[in-house]
Design a protein around this ligand. Structure first.
Ligand code: ADE
Length: 247
């Protein structure tokens, strides 16, 4: 591997369903970046690390209850195979800390991430502790497995990598970067089905447009996200207004 190839941001995915990758990550912004070698992805099938003749990855939970639990020894062997790769090992689970734009930036600014995707009821806790695995959730709802969550996390990180987005697609004004949800958008035609574009946007008055956009962003954030709104007000009081990026 050349020095450059070693340095590119790399997602390593451990999954029981390798066919799910690259999936949507092979298209659009992330897909073009992958093709151009701006980032890389390795996908490993966890089942390969099962040692018995049935290649079993899971077993019944101690204490009883529904569902199956992924075995510590199998997951450990999979993690051992990717040991030493740069970046944290993250297990995607609804029990994890919530993924937000600040964590996405932190991951994107590192050299990569190893993502462990669970199926069934979860993974034996002992291997998560033994290997200092970080637990991350993509939202307060339950997916059928970690794979769609891994795709969301990789997509969010990759679009922040240098060279992925053109200048015209800068993330600086997006939702969460300013600590606010974004203002609404409009394009031609100026009148559609009797609905007209807010006049200020066609006034040509740049400063008024900026003020209108900020007040719309504030209005929608206060209305929809009291959690973000409270944090924004606190930050504003301190004279800082950075949302996603570290200050
Ligand atoms: N696996 C199942 N649900 C999940 C969620 N909400 N976040 C991350 N991984 C998951």
């Amino acid at each position: 591997m050349s020095a450059d190839a070693e340095r590119i941001w790399r997602a390593t995915v451990l999954t029981m369903f390798p066919e799910m990758f690259p999936g949507p990550l092979g298209l659009s912004l992330a897909g073009r970046g992958l093709e151009r070698g701006l980032w890389a992805m390795d996908v490993l099938d966890i089942r390969v690390f099962a040692r018995d003749k049935h290649r079993s990855v899971d077993d019944e939970p101690f204490g009883g209850g529904p569902g199956m639990v992924m075995r510590a020894d199998v997951v450990d062997a999979a993690l051992a195979a990717v040991e030493g790769r740069p970046g944290p090992v993250v297990y995607l689970t609804p029990r994890g800390r919530l993924l937000d734009q600040a964590l996405v930036w932190k991951l994107a600014e590192g050299q990569g991430v190893t993502l462990l995707c669970g199926r069934y009821e979860g993974i034996d806790q002992r291997v998560l502790e033994a290997r200092a695995v970080e637990e991350v959730s993509v939202g307060d709802y339950v997916l059928s497995g970690g794979e769609p969550a891994a795709i969301a996390l990789i997509d969010a990180a990759v679009r922040l990598l240098p060279g992925i987005m053109g200048n015209e697609e800068s993330p600086a004004e997006e939702s969460f970067e300013t600590g606010l949800l974004e203002h609404p958008h409009y394009t031609r035609p100026a009148e559609w089905q009797g609905r007209v574009v807010p006049g200020v946007l066609i006034s040509g008055h740049h400063e008024k447009v900026c003020r209108w956009r900020l007040s719309e962003a504030e209005r929608v954030t206060e209305q929809r996200r009291p959690d973000l709104w409270a944090r924004y007000l606190k930050r504003k009081g301190r004279g800082t207004d950075r949302g996603g990026r570290k200050e």
